[in-house]
Write a protein that binds this ligand. Sequence first.
Ligand SMILES: NC(=O)c1ccc[n+]([C@@H]2O[C@H](COP(=O)([O-])OP(=O)(O)OC[C@H]3O[C@@H](n4cnc5c(N)ncnc54)[C@H](O)[C@@H]3O)[C@@H](O)[C@H]2O)c1
Ligand SMILES: CC(C)[C@H](C(=O)O)[C@@H](O)C(=O)O
Length: 353
Amino acid sequence: MAKTYDIAVFHGDGIGPEIMAPTLELLRGLGHGFAFHDCPAGAACYLDCGSDLPEASLATARAADAILLSALGDPKVRFPDGTEMTPQIDIRIALDLYAGVRPVRVVPGMRAPIQPPEGRTIDFVLIRESTEGLFHTQGRGRVEADFAEETLRITRPVTEAVCRFACDLARTRKADGHPGRVTSVDKANVFRAFAFWREIFDSVAAEYPDLTADHAYVDAMALWMVQRPWDWDVMVTENMFGDILSDLGAGLMGGLGMAPSADIGDRHAVFQPCHGSAPDIAGRGIANPFAMILSAGLMLDWLGRRHGDAALIRDGARVQAAVEACLAAGETTGDLGGTLDTRGAAAAVGRRL
Ligand SMILES: NC(=O)c1ccc[n+]([C@@H]2O[C@H](COP(=O)([O-])OP(=O)(O)OC[C@H]3O[C@@H](n4cnc5c(N)ncnc54)[C@H](O)[C@@H]3O)[C@@H](O)[C@H]2O)c1
Ligand SMILES: CC(C)[C@H](C(=O)O)[C@@H](O)C(=O)O
């Protein structure tokens, strides 16, 4: 009998449920044995039940084969310390999801502000370490009358794991025709913690003589991602740097509505769009569902590789191809210049599948 895959589903806040519903319909239509399990979390959940990540939701996520998460958060709902609830970070830490995978791939039909020269493509993957770095003291930073401080933490095991993940990905991509280059993005000119990171990156990269390994400072990388985004293959960086640079990557694709992501650990993985709950357009049914749908495609690929299920791997590629075909045909939402609403854009993907 075909395996049933348990998928924990976080519908989220704002546009979250609007983009999740048609994504689940597409997944159901693929005919794999998915059992979806709803996991309340986020700002509305906090207002309802006093917790932004109830124990039961985390337990469901932990027990699932994969986790699909839509945008969470509401800037109007805050903890007494002034910060927002961020259950997506709590899940990354609880499930050791150290590798934040953020692909940047520019294809025809995107509202891309920068076009590559003839014969070049913009197609790289940013790996964001997602459990430590400058997020280490999140919620525990020290705030006194005249100063505030947070602590950046880089540990050897996590840095080794995320650098190895990036090198493995560069190797897999090389087999598909990419250059086989992995670039560590840091600030090792100024901070000892990043000199430590760089030393670890170098020792891991030395295990991959078939790859080209190099470094860039994060400020220069922000420049180069705009000046020559076609030059990169795989880059690996600290949590906060990756948070910022991945939104720059989304900008290269014409907006956050095109940016999928995966947070991957050794046992668990979350698939979610890079964007937030977009309160400015929530409730109108006009959000772009493509980042959520592409994230579901990444989930199919990850599940397929993990379980040796070729049909899932094939459908992951089909989902990406269907979204790209819609883009090329102009079957898109308003943020990309199209006329479709959220459901219409998702239905266009469904037709192409
Ligand atoms: N991964 C996440 O769940 C995540 C990520 C970022 C922000 N947030 C939260 O989301 C809330 C809003 O944050 P923000 O406004 O800074 O970022 P945002 O990503 O929600 O929105 C930024 C801009 O991008 C647009 N946008 C985002 N997604 C879109 C989509 N699918 N289609 C069309 N346009 C889209 C929005 O309309 C807005 O103009 C906050 O509570 C924040 O903490 C959550
Ligand atoms: C909303 C926030 C918690 C989140 C992060 O900082 O990781 C977001 O910016 C992201 O990029 O996924």
